[in-house]
Design a protein around this ligand. Structure first.
Ligand code: PLP
Ligand code: COI
Length: 342
């Protein structure tokens, strides 16, 4: 069935699709799970998620390939990361194998909403899980709900691939030894004030620094950094309090194995940033979005790649990664999971 959506006009917003997946944990085990058309959730006012933010989530996309297959990209890494996120918040992990099957089911059921090849849009998939039973003393809930919904999306940043302007934030995102390395809703709540304040001051995003010393680069509210040196090495910040991005890990592999570039995953001092030639934000939503400028308290760091277009290496990385995702370039073994035909 053709759906009435102008794919190329889509931004990164919520468009309700017909089906979602639900499974419930009753204190001992997950039930068999099923698709439903009901997008509403009814829970107690005292549910763990409402009182103490016991929630974790994932984000991945389904793509239509050049030859009309609907595929996901490395969903096993999302499944695995969600297990780790749940364990960190004392939630019962949803089994990785079941996660993969549930993603397949919900995407296949919503296949009419997977944007066509070449439209510039994709189907964003949002698995999430929360404490659904009552807690009033600070402790984990007994019961949980795991759900997956989908929504067709366009580019995360308005303006598509126009270089972004960032600022070094005075707010911190995640504490050392805290929860920055997992995908928990609470990390995003922490970043809300910083992003609203950044937008109010004319910036697209925040560059968060390590909260302990405020000298090393961490990440933004929703993406990892990737830098390119003047001699075309790829440098990505290493820290225990940033999310291990599937996109960043994939781009580093692509840089090394497909493009023959050297890759360094290490601590990156803010003071080193002006020496880089290019900067990008990488994530499922962001893909790799170029950064043109970063403001650091009156100092302006303008990358040589400028404010008009993506840097040369960023462009190569973008084209190769999206080429793999859309089936134009052969993928490494196990990266593409085929679901159905469009
Ligand atoms: N960092 C944060 C804080 C994120 O929310 C995301 C998005 O998922 C990323 C990085 C990028 O991760 P991935 O490439 O796995 O989507
Ligand atoms: C993603 O890239 O999947 C995310 O979850 C980032 C979010 C800020 C939309």
């Amino acid at each position: 069935m053709a759906v009435d959506i102008n794919w190329s006009e889509l931004g990164f917003g919520y468009v309700k699709t017909p089906f979602r997946y639900v499974s419930r944990f009753d204190g001992e085990k997950w039930d068999g799970g099923a698709l439903t058309e009901d997008d509403k959730i009814t829970i107690s006012e005292c549910a763990g998620v409402l009182q103490y933010s016991q929630s974790v989530f994932e984000g991945l996309k389904a793509y239509t390939t050049e030859d009309g297959r609907i595929v996901t990209f490395r969903p096993d890494l999302n499944a695995e990361r969600m297990v780790g996120s749940a364990e960190r918040l004392e939630m019962p992990p949803f089994p990785a194998e079941r996660f993969l099957k549930a993603v397949d089911e919900v995407v296949a059921a919503n296949r009419d909403y997977v944007p066509p090849y070449g439209s510039g849009a994709t189907l964003y998939i949002r698995p999430f899980m929360f404490g659904s039973s009552e807690v009033i003393g600070v402790k984990p809930a007994k019961e949980y709900e795991f759900r997956i919904f989908t929504t067709p999306v366009g580019p995360y940043f308005k303006g598509g691939i126009k270089p972004l302007v960032l600022r070094v934030s005075d707010f911190d995102r995640a504490a050392p030894r805290g929860t920055g390395h997992i995908k928990a809703g609470l990390n995003y709540a922490m970043s809300m004030h910083a992003i609203v304040d950044a937008h109010n001051n004319g910036f697209d995003e925040n560059m968060f620094l390590d909260p302990a010393t405020r000298t090393y680069v961490e990440e933004t509210g929703g993406a990892n950094f990737l830098f390119v040196t003047r001699d075309k090495r790829i440098v990505t910040p290493k820290s225990d309090s940033i999310l291990p991005s599937v996109t960043r890990r994939s781009l580093c592999y692509v840089a090394e194995k497909y493009l023959g570039l050297k890759v360094e995953h290490r601590k990156v001092a803010l003071e080193e940033v002006p020496s880089f030639a290019e900067c990008g934000l990488c994530g499922t939503a962001a893909v790799i979005s170029p950064v043109g400028k970063i403001y650091d308290h009156g100092r302006e760091i303008l990358f040589p790649s400028g404010m008009e277009k993506m840097g040369e290496v960023t462009r190569l990385l973008y084209d190769t990664l999206t080429g793999i995702q859309m089936g134009r370039i052969p993928a490494p073994e196990g990266w593409i999971r085929e679901i159905c035909r469009r």
